[in-house]
Write a protein that binds this ligand. Structure first.
Ligand SMILES: Cc1cc2nc3c(=O)[nH]c(=O)nc-3n(C[C@H](O)[C@H](O)[C@H](O)COP(=O)(O)O)c2cc1C
Length: 192
């Protein structure tokens, strides 16, 4: 529960989800992480191509330090207490009658998968925090990701932690943010 207030009625999952930085550094069982990937699996995508894929590290596995090292220092500061670090990637090409063709919707589709993952996590008492503060070249190298894949974001996943354990500057920001009003994003007819 938090202080967010919707202007129009919506399911509580939307306002309850937010991106904390305070994590309790407990191990996350792999099956729980796979429930999150399962939720992502059912996201809609253009032609049902499902252009997303994930690469993950759990905090107690051999990949953790490498994955963490690809984040910009400001993110490493708090992600070190997360339980899993996931990269979501999308295929920039789709196979169209056997011919690879640039995909128009790979990022849009991957975005739907990320949101499904985030909402599933929240329903399981887990917090998620997406990041673009990544050294993309380092990430591509560590992940062995071919150029055809776009690395969309890194996602920290973990158990909510204690705000007081964060560095002071981050403690001030550790609160759910607000949004601009719907009327500033939704237009009846052409854009103004
Ligand atoms: C693609 C993407 C990239 C982001 N990059 C970062 C980041 O590098 N570091 C960070 O602390 N937060 C990052 N965020 C978190 C956003 O700042 C956050 O989602 C936004 O302020 C809305 O807040 P909320 O998720 O708590 O509702 C990112 C979020 C998204 C979706």
């Amino acid at each position: 529960m938090n202080n967010r207030c919707a202007d129009y009625p919506v399911l509580p999952v939307f306002t309850r989800r937010w991106s904390p930085r305070a994590f309790d550094p407990r191990p996350l069982p792999q099956e729980k992480l796979f429930s999150l990937f399962e939720a992502a699996r059912w996201a809609p995508s253009s032609m049902n191509i499902q252009p997303w894929c994930f690469a993950y590290a759990l905090r107690d596995d051999v990949h953790w330090d490498d994955f963490l090292s690809t984040l910009l220092p400001g993110n490493q500061l708090w992600v070190k207490n997360a339980s899993a670090l996931v990269f979501i990637m999308s295929d920039t090409m789709s196979d169209y009658h056997g011919e690879p063709k640039p995909s128009r919707s790979h990022s849009f589709d991957a975005g739907a998968a990320w949101m499904s993952l985030a909402l599933q996590a929240q329903s399981m008492g887990l917090a998620t925090h997406a990041m673009a503060g990544v050294d993309w070249d380092a990430a591509r190298n560590i992940l062995h990701a071919p150029e055809r894949l776009q690395i969309e974001a890194a996602i920290a996943i973990g158990y909510p932690g204690n705000k007081d354990d964060l560095p002071e500057a981050l403690q001030e920001r550790e609160t759910p943010s607000d949004r601009r009003p719907v009327a500033e994003s939704a237009f009846n007819g052409p854009l103004i």
